[in-house]
Write a protein that binds this ligand. Sequence first.
Ligand SMILES: [Zn+2]
Length: 447
Amino acid sequence: MPAADNSPLTFINARVYDGHRLLPGLHSVSLAQGLIGELDAPIAEDARCIDAAGLTLLPGLVTCHLHPDFYKFTLAEGLAGAQLGKELPPGVLMAVGVRTCRVLLESGFTGYVGAACAHDIDAQLKIAIAEGIIDGPRIRACGHHIGTTSDLNDSRKWWQRYTAPGIDLFGDGPQELRKLVREEIRRGVETIKIFASAGHGFPGPTPRNMARDEIAAIVDAAHERGAKVRAHVSDKAMIMECIELGVDIIDHGDEVDDEVIAAMVAAGTYWVPSLIYPKLLLQMGWGEPDGSTQVCYDNVRRMLPAAQRAGVNILVGDDYSGVFRDVMEEDPLDHEVGRYAREFAYYADIDGLTPEEVLAWGTGNPGALLAGKGPRVGVVEAGAVADLILVEGNPLEDLTLLAQPDTHLKAVLRDGRLVIDRLGERGVAGTVAGNVTNAPRQAGANP
Ligand SMILES: [Zn+2]
């Protein structure tokens, strides 16, 4: 294989999911210089052909609420009032981030949209990957939680507050918060994370966790520097306020309703429902005593099909961390190979949603968040980046295949380069002409 590494790569006889739908028939897909070429175009003479018969080629998966360093913080520490991001020294948390990158790739995830980390870990992982020090996913970097004095993240053990860095930064008033946002962006952050309201497993004395003029200042400061803002928000009035003020990504959005859906569609807001975390809380009997956790969980499940039909940009992703590792078998939110993609089958199981639609939540929908001003991401189409995976079987018929990478994930490509290659014999498919008889016969197609 090393000798052929520089020649263009062509997959032949591939079933293709393009990031939004399964294309009819089988196709050849050529890659060159890290990008995808025209489907079914003539194959270059020096191309290395891979016979993808029986495999599905699809965009690399993208998870959209990821904390790469949230892994060793325990439930017991959390309940005792410890602050996240201080459980281990910065270098060790960075090592956790490196491990998470490997788990993502081996799970078929070639991209993530960060949802807060300590120590600029997202931004530093991006550098390590760009420098060729490690293989890793395409990252949209997040930074600290930006919060305010005595908010819900600043309410723990006031007599122990100290200035060692963790995941939280606090400021007060538009001026101070604007300064914090600009400093974050200077340190490589592309998405600012705020806790706009309590809820979704984070009880607070009131729904509001940050003043309106503070949210407005954060959003303006971020947008002025080309960054986006994502908000942990559960309460309906706060969701509406966030959308109105220009927050780009709604995390959780537990009290979503038709009015919220209409506002998200009008503003082009992304939504990460992240239902696995409350599902586990309920399973453990740890919902809020007033029953609101169950009410919110049921509400989001009921509203998801309506949001999909209305055209909301829904994304997969959840609070993977391993905090349930010690209290349940196979913690579904642990950072282990195969866990992240379980969400696809979970959401597609909801009445009114199809596998094609839900798979787009982790491919075509988040593409623009990762692409920035560069070529398209999360789709199989000419000119898009070649971040791709090859899966045995048809995941549209059985989405659980995506959660079985050990047996079904045959290849992972980042920028057209095979970073995981389990193709074996397929990698030497032989002459081009003899292998493309199943490709559709249309203008420009191969014989
Ligand atoms: Zn989170």
